[in-house]
Design a protein around this ligand. Structure first.
Ligand code: ADP
Ligand code: MG
Length: 339
């Protein structure tokens, strides 16, 4: 197990001024691991700017183009936990042996090692061993090495042996390209004015950009509307507005009624029709998830049912989730409405 996620590739990484150096250094390393002067390759930048994507793309490229290279991707958090467990289980030797025999070590978010002296000591030894053998080391961090407080100087000085490249917030053109790629991969068509609108409005990071597109698509299918600028405006407004807004049982009932094209009165009624029972159960399920209300008062809001009915509803949805994938999908769409 290399812990790599095959979905991250160079093909689906959009290049722009904001990431050109990191991307091309990464690609050079992927083509000639251990043989460039970019060793270690250190890439840094804020959250959601593509560090994990890029480092995994390098790993995947090497896995796909070399038969005999062992690539290992690990988050610093996982590395730390494995280290701690190896101490507990008296298997430190196996732990270091394992890491010392890889050809490519990609270690994500090294800022996480801050203050963890023993883990850093071990990483230092692994680093030295691999580097001496000409093995490729790739690291990411959320800040430049000089700002990595709590990391030993001997480590920091080694981080600077190779190349340090930063990832910046995507510029307008790159945002346009990322949105286009994303909607293309979803297999939908959206007018360019909508794309422009999103690119203008969301300029923080790529993860957020992707989140907006997902919400927009969910909103479109929930309301059975076409994706236009008006809907994009609504979506953005909802995302911003709902960030700290509490989800109430009334909102849940409204969303469910709207989604299933039934009335709120239906939800509260005694009806046992399938078209009503399932939405009602979902609504109770979400009420439990989103509100702090006791089961008794959830039941009260659904036409004065008692708490055992609420329990039964939640159990039914849980059962259905195991049996039919649709249910999970529906829940996800509904949840996106509350985000
Ligand atoms: P980080 O590790 O820096 O926090 P990620 O690599 O997890 O960020 O990126 C967040 C999301 O944005 C991922 O889904 C990733 O695929 C996507 N992403 C980031 N940069 C790009 C890019 N240049 N092109 C395409 N997708 C990107
Ligand atoms: Mg990351």
């Amino acid at each position: 197990d290399t812990y790599l996620n095959a979905n991250y590739s160079f093909d689906n990484f959009i290049e722009g001024d904001c990431n050109r150096l990191a991307r091309s250094a990464g690609f050079a390393v992927a083509q000639r691991p251990g043989l460039t002067s970019f060793n270690p390759l250190m890439m840094y930048g804020g959250v959601g700017l593509g560090k994990t994507h890029l480092v995994q793309a390098i790993g995947n490229y090497i896995m796909n183009h070399f038969d005999n290279k062992m690539v290992l991707y690990v988050s610093s958090e996982k590395f730390t936990n494995q280290f701690i467990n190896s101490i507990k289980n008296n298997t430190l030797q196996e732990f270091t042996d394992f890491y010392m025999k890889v050809d490519v070590l990609a270690i994500d978010d090294v800022q996480f090692l801050s203050g963890k002296e023993k883990t850093q000591d071990t990483f230092f030894h692994i680093f030295n061993h691999l580097h001496q053998l000409g093995k490729q080391i790739i690291m990411t961090s959320d800040r430049p090495p000089r700002e990595l407080q709590g990391l030993q100087d001997r480590l920091l000085s080694r981080f600077k042996w190779g190349l340090t490249a930063d990832l910046q917030t995507p510029d307008y053109e790159t945002r346009i390209a990322i949105i286009q790629k994303k909607i293309q991969s979803e297999g939908i068509a959206i007018d360019f004015d909508v794309i422009e609108y999103i690119a203008h409005s969301v300029n923080s990071n790529v993860r957020e950009l992707e989140g907006v597109i997902v919400s927009l698509m969910a909103q479109a299918s929930l309301t059975r509307r076409e994706i236009d600028v008006e809907l994009a405006k609504n979506t953005l407004k909802n995302i911003v507005m709902n960030e700290n807004k509490e989800v109430t049982i009334d909102t849940i009932q409204e969303v469910i009624a709207d989604y299933f094209q039934i009335s709120i009165a239906d939800l509260k009624s005694k009806s046992r029709k399938k078209e009503v029972v399932y939405p009602r159960q979902l609504a109770m399920f979400l009420a439990k998830e989103y509100t702090e209300l006791p089961l008794k008062s959830i039941g009260y809001h659904f036409g004065g049912r008692d708490h055992s009915t609420v329990i039964h509803s939640i159990q039914s949805i849980n059962l259905l989730m195991d049996e039919t994938p649709d249910v999970d999908e529906t829940l996800q769409k509904l949840r996106s409405y509350f985000k």
